[in-house]
Design a protein around this ligand. Structure first.
Ligand SMILES: [Zn+2]
Length: 569
């Protein structure tokens, strides 16, 4: 008891005067030895981190956080034990829902842009943990499929920030019950440390293989029976360091490099063949590959896949080759095309999946693939729909250029790329994508200009409604249909379409008959009406707006029966 009181006395002087700024320091350099022992489910780390004061004020309280299931053994500065306050900090940045935090009290403050090197050691167990997910109501089974990280004899796989804080970080608390707070916290951390260097020296007992999503720099077998592998991230970039450990085998079949669990060679071959088959199609769209596609097997078929650092961690479950091709289209697109903008980087990778689905079985199959992903987007956009908003209230929402919600930068972006493709054609879009240079993408309109160079039509309204602002989704209905009989066999049908939504679109309009259909495209701006005349050589029966390529509200009100006048008039 006396000791506790004493510690508090020491610290009240250091901490009481000001609020703690957990983001004052950037972690510029990591050099850690990490011992992983599956038999005891444990991780032991020792090494040093370098922190830089990125504020304009001198700082004396650097914060170090690790998973709440790990504990600090020592923290020293220049060989001397540092004074620090260990505490538990509730945050869903870690699968356990908490962090072991060390708030250090420096004898001398670090000046702005000054750095400090901290030696440290921590250890503990990393077991599969559903805490953060089940406490926000995710069912146990689903939580385990998502938060699969663990060190154990049956499976060892651990991802970093956003999953398990197995290397020290410093972040503000984030809660899964607060929308995208965890995602945003992780993104902010990644951006802040993107220029940092991380050198990790993994060691483990036995002869298993360690596969990490960094660059392997050296491997060695130690005399004490430990296998070791040094991995480097230089810079870390936007990568979340992650590793798996197991009896992995490698299959290199360009453009694929598959690491599979011993005994699963036939699955690995199926994946490699699927990737090889669609690779030329993806290159044609997104340009030459900048790296191979690395696939690392997760041994349990129920585990949710994870991508990061150019590595795709996934179960190699038995599946239709077509489905595997659609999955790999995403990874191949990433290998060819990179952008600092999520709606491009991720949106295009999802668009690539729809493209491959279309190449397999035609446009209808691609639209069905996209349609399966539409309901969460409709749900997310509902709150921005003017008819559901208080009159006069300004529109809110997430513009694609700034979106941090996955439903926007993945699903909505996928639809936007598909609509652009329909509007400008494959050639113009492919040329614009291949002309894209991530280092030149300095302002939001950069890509629109690349496209304008290929396609000489006004696209400003489209980018405004869909990319630069969130205007919700269109809401189409057929306002009127006028069929007219021409020479003996031919008909002309004028279809008027009204868009009561706040986002305009160019939408396909079809006139159907028993023998087939004719279609045209029609631009219908927000809150406007427009009409198109569609000739058809047989008796028309039905007019339909939107084949599913434009994400809209109320897809059910999009057709009208055509009452043809008596043929004798
Ligand atoms: Zn992706």
């Amino acid at each position: 008891m006396k000791k506790v009181v004493c510690i508090l006395c020491i610290f009240c002087g250091f901490y009481s005067a000001f609020a703690l700024d957990r983001q004052a320091f950037t972690f510029t350099d990591y050099d850690l030895k990490i011992k992983v022992t599956p038999a005891t489910q444990s991780l032991e780390a020792e090494g040093k981190v370098t922190l830089r004061n990125d504020t304009t004020q001198p700082q004396r309280n650097p914060v170090l956080q690790i998973s709440s299931t790990l504990a600090w053994n020592f923290i020293t500065i220049a060989g001397k034990p540092a004074q620090y306050l260990p505490q538990t900090y509730t945050s869903d940045i870690d699968h356990s829902g908490g962090l072991s935090e060390a708030v250090i009290a420096l004898p001398q403050p670090v000046p702005p842009q000054g750095t400090i090197e901290i030696e440290l050691s921590y250890s503990g167990k990393i077991q599969q943990d559903n805490t953060r997910l089940t406490r926000v109501g995710v069912p146990e089974e689903k939580a385990a499929r998502s938060d699969w990280d663990q060190i154990s004899e049956s499976f060892t796989g651990v991802r970093g920030i956003g999953h398990v804080v197995w290397y020290p970080i410093a972040t503000e608390a984030a809660s899964l019950s607060e929308g995208t707070q965890v995602f945003e916290g992780v993104m902010a951390w990644k951006e802040r440390q993107s220029g940092s260097r991380m050198r990790l020296s993994f060691c483990w007992p036995g002869d298993a293989q360690l596969v990490a999503n960094g660059q392997n720099v050296a491997a060695a077998m130690q005399p004490d029976g430990l296998s070791c592998q040094a991995v480097q991230y230089q810079p870390v970039g936007m990568v979340v360091p992650a590793f798996v450990l197991g009896s992995y085998r490698a299959l290199n079949q360009p453009p694929m490099a598959v690491q599979y669990v011993a005994g699963h060679e036939s699955y690995a071959r199926t994946w490699a063949a699927a990737g090889e088959k669609i690779a030329p199609f993806i290159v044609q769209w997104f340009g030459p590959r900048k790296r191979p596609v690395q696939v690392v097997e997760l041994p349990d078929r129920d585990m949710y896949p994870y991508e990061g650092g150019g590595v795709f961690f996934t179960p190699l479950v038995r599946g239709e080759e077509k489905d595997i091709q659609v999955v790999l289209a995403h990874q191949l697109a990433h290998a060819s095309f990179q952008s600092p903008r999520l709606w491009m980087d991720e949106g295009l990778a999802h668009f690539a999946q729809a493209l491959v689905r279309g190449q397999q079985d035609g446009r209808a199959a691609a639209l069905a693939y996209m349609d399966e992903r539409l309901p969460p987007l409709q749900e997310a956009e509902k709150q921005f729909q003017p008819t559901r908003r208080r009159s006069g209230a300004p529109p809110t929402g997430q513009s694609l250029v700034n979106a941090s919600d996955e439903v926007f930068f993945r699903t909505k972006a996928m639809f936007v790329w598909w609509m652009l493709r329909d509007m400008v054609g494959d050639d113009a879009l492919e040329h614009a994508l291949r002309a894209y240079r991530p280092d030149q993408d300095k302002d939001a309109a950069y890509f629109q200009r690349l496209l304008a160079a290929q396609f000489h039509r006004d696209l400003e309204w489209f980018f405004d409604d869909w990319v630069y602002r969130d205007r919700g989704l269109p809401e189409f209905h057929i306002a009127a249909v006028y069929p007219r009989k021409l020479i003996p066999e031919d008909w002309s049908v004028t279809v008027a379409v009204e868009n009561s939504g706040s986002a305009g679109a160019e939408v396909p309009v079809a006139v159907r008959a028993a023998q087939g259909e004719e279609r045209k495209r029609l631009e219908v701006r927000a809150h406007e009406k427009n009409a198109v005349r569609i000739p058809i050589p047989v008796v028309p029966q039905q007019a339909v707006v939107n084949d599913g390529s434009v994400p809209a509200f109320d897809m059910g009100h999009s057709s009208a029966e055509i009452k043809t006048p008596d043929a004798s008039h």
